[in-house]
Design a protein around this ligand. Structure first.
Ligand code: AHR
Length: 500
């Protein structure tokens, strides 16, 4: 099969905010305990953080990590996790039916983030708590000193403020699984009042209003409209969450699900802009897609359900990803980049062990799941401006989608480095695709490398015994003549073509 794509230097979507390559770590399962933190591990540093995990996180190049939840945050008392460790309470953790020891809290996480070369995106509890706990936490983290909470931080050994810039106003408050679930009206009012005083404590912070837990929620998108009606002037972003699965073992339908992600983004943009118009506002609220990934394997295998509740750091949602998941993750990354004019923050959920690109063995190795690689490529090379793809590709239909292009692509142009990166997926399970990319306005570029991620078996993954079972390789077929780049995208593959 053959396809054509036109990119033009002048036709940009927008500047890629590096925070689009963010991630998420929740006090859930083994994400924190025996994930990033395992004091008895041979690779633990002096604070108990696993150096092997830090190394893999640094290579991913994640600029921001959301913390501490997720559903967990809606029952969390942040005060439990600060001060001398021996005095921290052991709590019943209701969101994931676990025991929380509070060995890791805000200060430890800030320390970990420094070591991982990343920054913190903090979520406040608007489930069981509210305005008071939220403003106190901002004071504890960001106020220099001379007040109760800022001095408490100093007493705890952190003289300088943490200066956390991005704050989420609760998590998935539209879902009845949430501790302290609210109606849009109740949440909108609370979010407004919390936002107001949090910004009084630190006017430099950015705030994320909790949007819908997914596009299939019955309250979507009315939820966004009502919440923004209350909060528009105070918030900077609305959050979106989505997880996809292939329960039906219908690969062609599964890898088309990035189209649903794009529809979700477009509908939220329309809703934001509707409220903007209604309020006669000049302010633009953007999107924080702060939970996205593939998630279904553990649940399908009944793994979580079989495990004992009320235990400390038991495995939850540990996905053994297979190659087809990496293809959808690649398509989802392209979907985010195609909307980078409005999607300024996005967090792959999550980072370690729980629905994650990195898996640890307690006391043993840390390894990369197959979804690690497309994310790493995008986060390392997808910078500068995103270019609008004009794609002419053969298409197919699937159970839920019509007119799915076999080719999914976006390109970025990094002016500073004078580098173009073309990301492209071939969804076709049977045939390679010859693609002609016309790069208007770009003269004199050469192919630096064409990285290909493919597999002879779409159900293969990386495991503890075979951690490098499916890895990308260089040497893909791409050649450039003038401004025409011709590439062969192998069947069912993720491709990164770098030009300089
Ligand atoms: O990321 C796992 C969970 O998924 C989060 O706790 C919640 O926000 C979402 O439903």
């Amino acid at each position: 099969k053959k396809a054509k794509v036109i990119y033009d230097k002048e036709f940009t979507i927008g500047q890629v905010d590096k925070r689009i390559y963010g991630s998420f770590l929740e006090h859930m399962g083994r994400a924190i305990y025996t994930g990033i933190y395992e004091p008895d591990h041979p690779q633990a540093d002096e604070m108990g953080f696993r150096k092997d995990v830090l190394e893999l996180v640094r290579k991913l190049n994640v600029p921001i990590v959301r913390y501490p939840g997720g559903n967990f945050v809606s029952g969390y008392n942040w005060e439990d996790g600060v001060g001398p460790k021996e005095k921290r309470p052991r709590r019943l953790e209701l969101a994931w039916r676990a025991i929380e020891t509070n060995e890791v809290g805000v200060n430890e996480f800030v320390e970990w983030a420094k070591r991982a070369n990343t920054s913190v995106m903090m979520t406040v509890n608007l489930g069981t708590r509210g305005i008071d706990a939220a403003r106190n936490l901002v004071e504890y983290c960001n106020f220099p000193g001379g007040t109760y909470y800022s001095d408490l931080r100093r007493q705890h050994g952190y003289e300088q403020p943490h200066n956390i810039k991005v704050w989420c106003l609760g998590n998935e408050m539209d879902g009845d699984w949430q501790i302290g679930h609210k109606t849009a009206y109740e949440y909108g009012r609370l979010a407004r009042e919390a936002a107001k005083v949090m910004k009084w404590v630190d006017p430099t912070i950015e705030l994320v209003a909790a949007g819908s837990s997914g596009p299939k929620m019955p309250t979507f998108p009315e939820w966004e409209a009502i919440v923004l009606d209350h909060t528009y002037d105070l918030v900077d972003y609305v959050s979106l969450h989505v997880y996809f699965g292939n329960q039906e073992k219908d690969t062609m339908n599964f890898v088309a699900k990035s189209l649903e992600m794009e529809e979700f983004i477009k509908t939220v943009i329309s809703t934001i802009d509707y409220v903007k118009a209604k309020k006669r506002s000049k302010k633009v609220v953007n999107i924080s897609f702060d939970e996205w990934n593939v998630w279904y394997h553990a649940h399908l295998e009944g793994k979580d359900e079989k495990a004992q509740p009320w235990s400390f750091a038991r495995p939850i949602a540990e996905e053994d990803y297979v190659f087809e998941d990496a293809i959808l993750v690649g398509c989802m990354l392209i979907a985010l980049l195609k909307h980078c004019d409005r999607v300024k923050i996005a967090c792959m959920a999550q980072l370690v062990n729980v629905i994650a690109p990195i898996t640890t063995v307690k006391g043993g190795i840390a390894y990369r799941q197959v979804i690690y690689y497309p994310f790493m490529h995008a986060a390392n090379y997808g910078h500068g401006v995103a270019l609008l793809p004009k794609v002419s590709s053969p298409k197919y239909g699937s159970k839920e989608f019509t007119d799915v292009p076999y080719i999914e692509t976006v390109a970025t142009y990094n002016e500073e480095k004078n580098e173009i990166t073309v990301f492209a997926v071939n969804r076709d399970l049977e045939e390679e695709m010859q693609v002609e990319f016309k790069l208007d306005g770009f003269d004199g570029f050469e192919v630096v490398e064409h990285i290909v991620y493919e597999s002879d078996d779409i159900y293969k993954g990386n495991t503890q015994d075979k951690p490098d079972n499916v890895v990308p390789h260089k040497g893909g077929s791409s050649k450039i003549e003038g401004n025409i780049l011709t590439s062969i995208l192998p069947k069912f593959s993720w491709n990164v073509i770098r030009l300089k």
